[in-house]
Design a protein around this ligand. Structure first.
Ligand code: TYM
Length: 332
């Protein structure tokens, strides 16, 4: 069986529709056919300032949402990054194999540090992608299900993994990004030229899965489209409508061509009304399930403990091999 690994930040609170359609939905599908490792990346979260109580609550909240979305802890290892010490340990090794210039070219770092200002940017934010490299290589993952915005980090992982293998002998599996074309980038509902995100989207352009379903329906109905009237998939000329068609297509498992046909001669309002309903039907049970998991933190923590145990077995083996290859004296 091939291995998949992916991670999501706990910082956000509620997942947004982009997180779900771009990544988490694929996590759920892939656990059927792959050995899956899914984690809440709390080490990554502290690259920007965090309130301890909020971080703790958000880590449980992220876990509850992953379970509500369908991640099955019996099939997948579902864990918290800081529970597996090897992430930080392997990250150090990878830091020493990454060029300063190479890390400086990471666009997410450039964007985030520009937003924060140099004085408030931490070294941790700079080496964030290298920690991600360690996350992936540690599990010898073949595939990494993510959205388009993570592609550069997966490419860095491949480069550094290959570098290590060349210098020290075959040690790491070189991973492929697993990015579905259709949902690689879900766009902001108010500005369909930018991706949906916590940091850049306006509240009206961002669909948080845990928001009141009525508010969500309203956001869908007031999504920005264009001055034309034809419901047609054309991401260049009709970015707003195409984004709505993509979301509708995935949530209802209907090919876009079929949707185009069924909306022939209809107005944008018809698509928006239907999508609002589909969205409400999706988020309502999601919210309920998330709350059920949150109401039982003991079970949640047990699931995470079991997940970390599974993860550690693989992580420890890879780290030991890495230390040996690099020339560290054995501790035993
Ligand atoms: P994060 O927490 O920012 O996002 C989680 C996942 O959601 C995807 N995503 C989107 N996909 C489509 N359209 C959007 N608008 C959209 N917005 C977000 C992201 O691509 C991501 O897959 N660095 C990672 C977390 C990470 C990780 C890893 C991922 C840490 N270690 C190892 C994979 C493997 C991040 O910050 O994702």
């Amino acid at each position: 069986r091939l291995r998949v690994l992916s991670g999501i930040q706990p910082t956000a609170g509620s997942f947004h529709l982009g997180n779900y359609l771009g990544a988490v939905r694929q996590w759920v599908a892939l656990q059927e056919s792959h050995d899956a490792f899914y984690m809440v990346v709390d080490l990554h979260a502290i690259t920007v300032p965090q309130d301890p109580a909020e971080l703790r609550a958000n880590t449980r909240l992220a876990t509850a949402q992953l379970l509500a979305a369908g991640v099955d802890p019996d099939r997948s290892a579902l864990f918290v990054q800081s529970h597996v010490a090897e992430h930080a340990q392997l990250a150090w090794v990878m830091n020493c194999l990454t060029g300063f210039g190479e890390a400086s070219r990471m666009t997410q770092f450039k964007d985030k540090s520009a937003r924060q200002g140099a004085d408030r940017t931490t070294v941790g934010l700079f080496t964030y992608p290298v920690l991600q490299v360690a996350d992936i290589l540690l599990y010898q993952a073949h595939q990494v299900p993510v959205g388009e915005d993570q592609r550069q980090h997966i490419e860095l992982t491949r480069d550094i993994g290959e570098r290590f293998n060349t210098r020290f002998g075959d040690t790491f599996t070189i991973p492929e990004p697993y990015i579905l074309k259709e949902t690689a980038k879900i766009y902001d509902l108010q500005d369909p030229t930018i991706k949906m995100s916590k940091s850049a989207s306006s509240p009206k352009g961002l669909i948080n899965l845990l928001d009141d379903p009525k508010a969500t329906a309203k956001k869908v109905k007031s999504a920005v489209t264009d001055t034309d009237t034809v419901i047609r998939y054309d991401p260049v000329e009709k970015a707003g409508v195409s984004n709505l068609l993509t979301i509708m297509s995935v949530l209802t498992e209907t090919p876009i061509a079929d949707l185009e046909k069924s909306y022939e001669g209809k107005m944008y309002g018809a698509l928006k009304t239907d999508l609002a309903e589909v969205m409400v039907d999706f988020v309502t049970p999601f919210r309920t399930r998330t709350q059920e998991y949150l109401d039982d933190p003991e079970t949640l923590d047990k699931i995470l403990a079991k997940g970390a145990e599974k993860a550690r077995v693989v992580a420890a083996e890879t780290l030991a091999q890495t230390y040996e290859r690099i020339g560290f004296l054995s501790a035993r």
